[in-house]
Write a protein that binds this ligand. Structure first.
Ligand code: SF4
Ligand code: SF4
Length: 360
């Protein structure tokens, strides 16, 4: 049966089509929820903001309740299609091996290839285009990792998985190593059932977090989270947290790596998420030696580009401060000990002090 171009569309059939299109476009799954969240979602967000857990992410506070009210983002919105796309490249070197090597740089496995914002957004737009060819008029907006929408809560409500104690979405059959995206629309699509949570008594993500950022189940203090500290925070990583960060220079996967459900994690089939520039297994020394030009050329099209060269060096300096002492580590740090920018100079000098060297 066709859902197309009818004054009275067959919405269950349309949902089946949306799910087929989503899979054709490389999404692992698509599910539907109503474009509203229960009041508790808003209360949880307010409590989190009031505790200051968002750190310097002012946009979180600015958008406030908008995040939990998708209907206010799109006039007349009735439904949200939540989608997920796997990002874990099969060829990436084992995370455990890289994390155990103090001379290597650990980069979150989602950031080894091209910028997911562009890839996921582009596919969402294609999905919306197909929908708009079938149903007119169509009011919609697409989102991926965009500030104003509570995407994990919506995805959980749609039954795409459940919100784990580390606050990310988990899928029973396929783990958590995927991106989320949303298509908010004014169509009255029949919603899917939500899924029960399956964390049970497990606390592995809380136990393993290097900085104790998961302050209680389902609550992350971003100010302690390495993903925030290495990506969102504009300044240098606060000194007390530096020794805990190890060699993680862009993002952190520890809570996901420890999660038992990720034994079912699925590799990506997306060429855009394939490892570029050997970032899955590269030394801190090599990365710290990149010129600004090299950074800009190599990281063009990567999510890493967005943090900028100076923050990149600042993070790597911290990693080098935690690396085993060696002549080459000291030599590369010395070469930047008088860097004109404080964001680089200060952690570089901190790192040298960790190796017992006074730069003078
Ligand atoms: S990403 Fe890393 S630092 Fe952040 S909560 Fe997970 S384990 Fe902790
Ligand atoms: S590690 Fe355990 S508690 Fe944390 S998200 Fe996974 S199943 Fe839930």
């Amino acid at each position: 049966m066709q859902a197309s171009n009818s004054e009275n569309p067959n919405y269950p059939e349309l949902v089946r089509q949306i799910k087929d299109w989503a899979r054709e476009l490389g999404f692992a799954d698509a599910r539907i929820s109503r474009a509203e969240l229960p009041a508790e979602a808003g209360e949880r967000l307010v409590a989190w903001l009031e505790a200051g857990y968002h750190g310097e992410m002012d946009y979180m506070a600015r958008h406030g309740q908008l995040r939990v009210r998708p209907a206010e983002l799109v006039p007349g919105a009735l439904s949200v299609v939540s989608l997920r796309m796997h990002y874990w490249p099969a060829e990436a070197k084992s995370s455990d091996a890289v994390l155990a090597n103090g001379n290597a740089a650990y980069i979150s496995r989602y950031a080894l290839g091209r910028d997911y914002h562009k890839v996921v957004r582009n596919r969402l737009q294609k999905l919306a285009d197909r929908l708009a060819e079938t149903i007119q008029p169509l009011g919609y907006r697409v989102f991926t990792d965009s500030a104003p929408i509570a995407e994990v809560a919506l995805a959980a409500q749609a039954g795409l998985g459940w919100r784990g104690k580390h606050t990310l979405l988990l899928n029973k059959g396929q783990g958590s190593l995927f991106f989320l995206g949303e298509l908010v629309t004014d169509l009255p699509l029949p919603p899917d059932e939500s899924e029960a949570e399956h964390c049970g008594r497990c606390t592995r993500c809380l136990d393993v977090c290097p900085t104790g950022a998961i302050v209680e189940p389902y609550t992350v203090d971003a100010r302690r989270c390495i993903s925030y500290l290495t990506i969102e925070l504009k300044g240098a990583i606060p000194e007390p947290l530096r020794p805990l960060i190890g060699n993680r220079v862009y993002g952190c996967d520890d809570c996901q790596l420890a999660c038992p459900w990720n034994r079912f994690a699925v590799h990506t089939a997306e060429p855009d998420f394939a490892v570029r520039h050997g970032l899955d297994d590269v030394s801190l020394v090599e990365l710290f030696g990149w010129s600004e030009n090299e950074f800009k050329t190599r990281m063009a099209g990567s999510p890493i580009y967005r943090i900028g060269y100076l923050k990149w060096l600042s993070n790597i300096a911290v990693g080098l401060g935690n690396a085993p002492t060696s002549d080459v580590v000291i030599a590369v740090l010395m070469a930047r000990a008088d860097h004109p920018d404080e964001l680089v100079r200060e952690p570089t000098r901190w790192a040298l002090a960790r190796h017992g060297v006074e730069p003078g």
